[in-house]
Design a protein around this ligand. Structure first.
Ligand SMILES: *Cc1c(COP(=O)(O)O)cnc(C)c1O
Length: 472
């Protein structure tokens, strides 16, 4: 493809992108395909000869698009949002065009310095204390792994990196029963053993019970184990429960244990000063992660990882083979030493575009509106005779179920709600997912899509009520 053709197709694709977003409500939100339906349309062998770009684009529309779940659809209420936005997409086009590697300062000085600046903006935007320093990771899972590895190294004066874990005894970690699965994954990868990850019980709001945490630490200490890390969650994935950070922080300080805060979704809500109560006690934290790629209009991937002691992070990850040595040395950040990957995408650019395009006030307004819509729907569910709220709604996610008054049996209700969800998603008009809270099959309605308006929530609610009736 020469540059003349590139220009022509680029214009064509930009038109396609704008048309797609303009017409997105015509697509079924959840892809309505069966397993292998897409695969069977793809030839088993790669083409030996060049194919025309027209043909490739035509197949994208015909073969691929029907198998796509439309995360940017305004009636996407599943999981948590992974939203995008026009400024973010435009920045990604530039990032892909530059194709720069951002592993050391010299390989792209602007990328390094923009990342440092934008992450410092971001820390201020969400009310983190000024001593936190940020770096972009691909995902919260990776940031949490970095945190647990740093906690492990710091606890043993960086000797495990050098000598392995052989004589270190048993290292214990702590999170709540509602914590995201990425914590367990990190514990496994870090060689700590998932048997030694203590899942602390939660209260009626699904938040960690600090007294149970302290009891678990005491019990481990009495066995001669080494508690090294506690993960507190702000906004659990099931129900957006908020762990009591200050109380957990005090326990971390008392026992000298590393505190990591997972606010993958809820970090965005901290843009709103009225929600900063969630980080009361943040001064106890050693690290904090949140995903602009979830709710902050910055397309995947972009996870903001903040640490209080960048030296500890760097000491855990640094490498310096001859071919990566540069004369700038310590005067600049070399982000290859701030995480797992060596090669890094230029992800700060889209964050910069998004923050500048909306401005802090524009971002606050959108997030506040999402939370307001969630409160409105919560009220309707509470007032409805046939539906039941199953968890508090501090943010944008509503946990509820269909519960006609004549039915009380948990199994029967679980079964009904599973069927309801299946039917709803089959309509293609909205997409929701479920969780289980205390063994109860729970429908989740997460509002945070870039393009969601009150009418989408209202239409969704009407559809839920109608579909539930049709089950009887
Ligand atoms: C989504 C989520 C994660 C995982 O995020 P990734 O960026 O996909 O790794 C971790 N913790 C919580 C609380 C989440 O909501």
């Amino acid at each position: 493809m020469d540059l003349h053709e590139f220009r022509r197709y680029a214009h064509e694709i930009v038109d396609w992108m704008a048309d797609y977003l303009e017409n997105i409500e015509k697509y079924p939100v959840m892809a309505q395909v069966r397993p292998k339906e897409i695969m069977n349309q793809l030839p088993p062998d790669p083409p030996q000869k060049s194919e025309s770009f027209e043909q490739i684009l035509a197949d994208f529309e015909k073969v691929i698009l029907p198998g796509v779940t439309h995360w940017q659809h305004p009636s996407f209420f599943a999981y948590f949002p992974a939203n995008s936005s026009p400024p973010s997409v435009l920045a990604e086009m530039l990032t892909a065009t530059l194709g720069a590697q951002c592993m050391i300062w010299q390989t792209s000085p602007a990328a390094t310095e923009l990342e440092e600046r934008v992450l410092s903006w971001l820390g201020k935007m969400i009310g983190l204390p000024p001593d936190f320093v940020g770096v972009i990771q691909d995902t919260a899972s990776t940031a949490t792994l970095c945190s647990i590895l740093t906690a492990r190294e710091k606890a043993f004066n960086y000797s495990i990196n050098a000598k392995g874990m052989n004589d270190k005894g048993i290292l214990t970690t702590y999170c709540s029963t509602e914590t995201h699965s990425s914590i367990e994954k990190s514990v496994k990868i870090a060689g700590l053993g998932k048997e030694y990850l203590r899942k602390i019980p939660v209260d009626e709001n699904y938040a960690m019970i600090p007294e149970e945490l302290e009891a678990a630490i005491e019990s481990d200490l009495s066995k001669g184990y080494h508690p090294i890390c506690i993960v507190a969650t702000l906004g659990t994935t099931s129900s957006t429960a908020i762990d009591p950070l200050r109380k957990i922080g005090e326990i971390c300080a008392k026992y000298n244990v590393w505190l990591h805060v997972d606010a993958a979704l809820a970090g965005t809500a901290l843009l709103l000063p009225e929600l900063r109560w969630m980080i009361d006690g943040i001064e106890y934290a050693d690290s904090f992660v949140f995903n602009p790629h979830k709710w902050m209009f910055t397309n995947f991937d972009c996870s903001a990882y903040f640490v209080k002691d960048p030296g500890a992070l760097i000491q855990t990850f640094e490498i310096l083979p001859e071919y990566l040595k540069t004369k700038e040395g310590d005067r600049v950040n070399n982000y290859r030493d701030w995480g797992i990957q060596l090669g890094r995408r230029f992800r700060a650019l889209k964050l910069w575009f998004v923050i500048r395009h909306y401005g802090v006030e524009g971002l606050q307004q959108k997030v506040r509106e999402h939370i307001r819509m969630a409160k409105d729907l919560t009220k309707k569910i509470e007032e409805s005779e046939d539906f039941e709220l199953l968890a508090p709604v501090p943010l944008n996610t509503i946990c509820f179920r269909y519960k006609p008054s004549k039915i009380d049996d948990t199994e029967q209700l679980n079964h009904m709600n599973e069927k309801l969800l299946e039917r709803l998603n089959r309509t293609g008009k909205l997409y929701m997912t479920h969780t289980k809270l205390n063994g109860v099959y729970t429908l989740r309605f997460a509002i945070g899509q870039t393009y969601v308006k009150p009418r989408h929530v209202e239409q969704g609610w009407q559809l839920i009520k109608e579909t539930a009736k049709s089950l009887d």
